[in-house]
Design a protein around this ligand. Structure first.
Ligand SMILES: *Cc1c(COP(=O)(O)O)cnc(C)c1O
Length: 355
């Protein structure tokens, strides 16, 4: 059985052994103020920085999910308003969460085949705290590439750039230096079970959080940052999740290698589906479509039949998301999905649904 669901996604087979080790080595009841857990956190943060090319002067925090990160940013880094650029469900949800806390927050929706014009974005650099983008929009299988993020970063004025990289961090070689806030959760490109979020802050974002000094919530950034100085958290963290992450990071190849593998595989998959199947890529523009989530489009009846027959053969394809639920399929091109799974997927289409 292979799963291509883009989240919760396939976990590494090694997780089975890591779970056993976690139990046997006493991690499941290790006190979170103990030296054992403190050094685990220290080591995991160090490995994340090395393996993902996160600058040494950035701060890594652990949360429970990417959704929690949305809320933390609205609470603790947005005294006035945030501006959100989105083209799918996750980006739009982020805007809604932000507006629930900071009602003056605004957004701009853009098309799947389109790169927004950075020079004409409707936000005031003087009174906007955060500019928010979704680097990889999992629901529409689109992506904002490095060049766009760099352009945006250069036009921020006083605002900070916040990037939802939930379905790309751990898979793509992100240029952390070109934004102030990045976050993700581990059930996507990290190949781990859900329940742990990773929040990465630039020195500028940390300084801003301290200056704002918001303290009204259990997960206020001020408290999280001061605890993390000692590699601790303000509540009992998901020690099992952090342990699993530490094992995965220790095994991981450098992100450049992982990135290239995913880019090559995505290109082959898009080409195959375009030429040899009755499906077409959901996004035609090769500059805006995602590397890590392959979106495919077709008639609802065909999509349903493909999903059903694939499942019979042990291939669990990802459904569309939100309004695209019945007319699209999503294929996670994540590092924990083995090449053999992609090969099985291609063979299935060659045999059952040739174009
Ligand atoms: C999955 C996903 C989320 C939500 O992640 P949780 O860990 O469930 O909170 C947010 N943003 C994007 C882009 C996602 O793909």
């Amino acid at each position: 059985m292979y799963t291509f669901n883009p989240g919760p996604a396939a976990v590494y087979p090694a997780v089975r052994q890591y779970l056993q080790d976690a139990f046997d080595q006493g991690w499941l009841s290790a006190p979170h103020r103990s030296e054992k857990v403190i050094s685990l956190v220290r080591q995991t943060v160090a490995d994340l920085k090395v393996k993902l090319n996160i600058p040494q002067d950035y701060t890594v925090l652990f949360t429970s999910s990417a959704t929690e990160c949305w809320e933390i940013l609205a609470q603790s880094l947005t005294p006035r308003r945030s501006f959100h650029l989105y083209n799918g469900d996750f980006g739009q949800k982020w805007l809604k969460y932000a507006q629930a806390i900071r009602p003056e927050s605004t957004g701009l929706q853009f098309g799947l085949e389109e790169l927004p014009d950075v020079a004409r974005l409707p936000f005031g650099p003087e009174d906007t705290d955060l500019v928010c983008i979704t680097q990889n929009e999992t629901s529409t299988a689109t992506q904002l590439r490095e060049g766009f993020i760099l352009n945006l970063f250069n036009r921020l004025g006083g605002a900070l750039l916040a990037v939802d990289a939930t379905s790309s961090m751990g898979g793509l070689n992100l240029k952390f230096i070109k934004a102030d806030i990045w976050f993700a959760s581990v059930q996507k490109n990290f190949g781990l079970p859900a329940g742990l979020g990773i929040l990465v802050l630039s020195p500028r974002a940390v300084a801003q959080a301290k200056q704002i000094g918001e303290k009204g919530h259990y997960n206020s950034l001020t408290a999280m940052l001061s605890q993390m100085l000692n590699h601790q958290t303000n509540y009992t963290p998901n020690v099992l999740g952090i342990y699993l992450l530490s094992r995965i990071m220790a095994e991981r190849e450098p992100i450049k290698t992982v990135h290239q593998h995913l880019v090559d595989r995505a290109e082959k998959l898009y080409q195959f589906f375009e030429q040899a199947t009755p499906l077409t890529p959901l996004v035609a523009n090769s500059e805006t479509r995602s590397t890590t989530v392959i979106g495919l489009r077709g008639e609802a009846a065909l999509i349903e039949e493909i999903k059903r027959r694939a499942l019979e053969q042990g291939l669990h394809l990802g459904s569309g998301y939100g309004p695209l639920k019945s007319t699209t399929i999503r294929i996670a091109n994540f590092p924990a999905v083995p090449d053999a799974a992609m090969e099985a997927l291609v063979q299935f289409f060659v045999k059952e649904f040739p174009g």
